[in-house]
Design a protein around this ligand. Structure first.
Ligand code: ATP
Ligand code: MG
Length: 559
């Protein structure tokens, strides 16, 4: 698809203004700072498209990838790897600018000593409970810690001994010395360092104290000479602390934090804690389960980077709540695939049709376009044979006139081939179910209506002798309510049990046995389907990425 150009938003306006006024020497440096404690999701894509996008739009603009790895309990190299794969797949490149907050552990420690020397930080021995109590509430000011007036020498000595591992976990913290009466709770002497004997995925057991997010983030930004630190609105109340820390220290650059609203998407959840719970419980098959809102899940489902980028462009950047209809995401994929997906025919719930007007073993090769509007995509060959499969739901023994498909005694056009008439529906003598249709074809109707009559219905089909069987997985949203975050109770128990339907014995055109293309196929009349990695030779597996129309909104009306 041709990508539309980015429209302005309040962040781009600020950046344009700063560049014009040569703030920070007219440099533009952004960063995308994921914590490697889970896989990236579509919300992260919004932040990636903003940070990398705005850097690419401005000459000389750069964007760093920075792993915000200050919380070793929940972090892992598996996540570091997946994050890089996902950012690259989305089409962005950090080149040599990949950093880790853990690269700065030594300088961060040095800056903490500097704060102590300036009387701006102290070691506090209050227990976690007492600290919470001393902190006050939104309506009551906090109380000063009894350790707040420790001398610089004592603080320095204790902090060095914290680093040296002399105290047990949680026994002491280093706190900023700001204002216990501040109306902003974040300014009430927040913790800067905690003692935690946890192995870090990069620094191993080198450290037993770890910096807090608030302490590490602004300094990391400044060390990387970030000019615009773009983050989501929940950090708005942290901005005074971000600025306070930078004000105390002598740093190479003065970044500016600007907040925008988080993306949330209907019928799914976006918090990594909840997504992790789904993965750990096994209700989904993993982070890349095609029902997940993760980048890897969307990729496996059949989403393209182009569709996700277009989605991010459509939702825009602002400070107002950003709850987006699921249909918008689906529409972005549909309009991307509409123009470039190869077409094929597949039958998901097969019903055998015998065309008695053809001799045994009859085969007619037909060449048909791979894409009806795009000749450049070439042609493919299909085979018209005596036995074919059609979709069970494309036949009724009798039906009202509005039913434009096949009925006993009626006619229908087989897509890309002939008109057939159904003589008889053969039933299984035991179950009474229809097991086969006996039909005749009209040889004068290949891709043309017979003179004097118009056959309105067109159905898809697959040759019974020239096909492969395989599996198709159909998906519905993970949750049946638009705002699953508002549900009470365990998230795992709220998952829509009908969010996946697995169909076996589906019939595909033979070339789909080996199909390796990166783009999903359009299965005519059924939607866009992407080959799953569970496929084995001879047995393809396809995920339905999205239907042809917005079927879900219709289902929703009936719920
Ligand atoms: P979660 O709450 O899911 O754990 P997080 O904010 O802790 O998410 P990070 O890894 O810290 O996840 O996020 C990296 C960057 O992506 C941050 O700048 C964050 O603001 C941004 N981000 C995370 N979720 C969203 C979202 N839903 N919409 C927009 N940006 C997001
Ligand atoms: Mg975070």
């Amino acid at each position: 698809m041709t990508e539309s150009t980015q429209t302005a938003d309040f962040i781009r306006d600020i950046i344009a203004h700063d560049l014009e006024n040569r703030v920070n020497d007219g440099r533009l440096q952004t960063r995308f700072p994921p914590e490697p404690n889970g896989y990236l999701h579509i919300g992260h894509a919004k932040s990636i498209c903003l940070n990398f996008g705005v850097a690419a739009e401005n000459p000389g603009g750069r964007c760093n990838l920075r792993f915000d790895d200050t919380n070793p309990e929940k972090e892992d190299v598996e996540y570091v790897d997946s994050i890089q794969e996902d950012v690259r797949w989305l089409g962005f490149d950090w080149e040599e600018r990949k950093f880790y907050a853990s690269d700065y552990f030594e300088p961060l420690y040095g800056f903490a000593e500097e704060l102590i020397l300036k009387g701006k930080a102290y070691v506090c021995d209050l227990s976690a409970n007492d600290m919470r109590e001393y902190r006050g509430t939104l309506t009551e000011p906090g109380r000063e810690s009894p350790f707040r007036e420790r001398s610089v020498e004592e603080n320095l000595d204790l902090f060095r001994r914290m680093r040296a591992g002399e105290f047990p976990d949680g026994a002491r913290v280093l706190r900023a010395r700001i204002d216990m009466a501040s109306p902003n709770m974040n300014m009430r002497d927040p913790a800067l360092y905690r003692i935690r004997r946890v192995e870090h995925h990069r620094t191993g057991n080198d450290w037993v104290i770890y910096p807090t997010y608030d302490y590490a983030h602004g300094i990391s930004d400044a060390l990387e000479c970030v000019t615009h630190s773009l983050c989501t609105l929940e950090f708005e109340d942290h901005r005074p602390l971000y600025d306070w820390i930078l004000d105390q220290l002598d740093l190479p650059c003065r970044p500016r934090q600007i907040e925008f609203s988080r993306l949330s998407l209907e019928y799914t959840v976006m918090s990594k804690r909840k997504l992790n719970a789904l993965v750990q419980s096994g209700v989904v098959s993993g982070w890349d389960d095609p029902r997940m809102p993760t980048i890897s899940g969307l990729r496996r489902r059949g989403y393209t980077p182009e569709a996700i980028r277009e989605f991010c462009r459509c939702i825009g950047i602002s400070k107002s709540p950003n709850r987006v209809e699921h249909a918008l995401l689906e529409n972005c994929l549909r309009s991307d695939l509409e123009t470039r997906s190869p077409r094929t025919m597949a039958v998901l719930r097969p019903l055998k049709v015998v065309i008695d007007s053809l001799p045994e073993g009859y085969e007619e090769a037909l060449t048909v376009p791979v894409h009806p509007q795009n000749e450049a995509m070439g042609r493919r060959m299909i085979h018209f044979t005596r036995e074919i499969y059609i979709e069970q739901e494309d036949f009724r023994e009798s039906a009202p006139k509005q039913y434009k498909r096949l009925v006993t005694g009626g006619e229908v056009r087989l897509r890309n081939a002939y008109v057939i008439r159904c003589r008889e529906a053969v039933k299984d003598p035991v179950s009474g179910e229809i097991c086969e249709l006996r039909c005749e074809h009209d040889p004068a109707t290949l891709n043309a209506n017979p003179v004097g009559r118009k056959v309105q219905g067109v159905i898809h089909w697959v040759s019974a002798s020239r096909c492969v069987s395989g599996e198709v997985r159909l998906y519905a949203p993970l949750f049946t309510v638009p705002e699953p975050d508002a549900l009470k109770g365990e998230i795992v128990e709220q998952v829509n049990p009908d969010s996946i339907e697995v169909l076996n014995g589906c019939r595909f055109e033979p070339e789909l046995a080996e199909a390796q293309g990166s783009l999903p196929y359009q299965f005519e009349r059924l939607g866009y389907f992407h080959r799953d990695r569970d496929a084995v030779p001879g047995c393809p597996v396809f995920n339905r990425a999205v239907g042809l129309r917005d079927a879900w909104s219709k289902i929703e009306q009936r719920l």
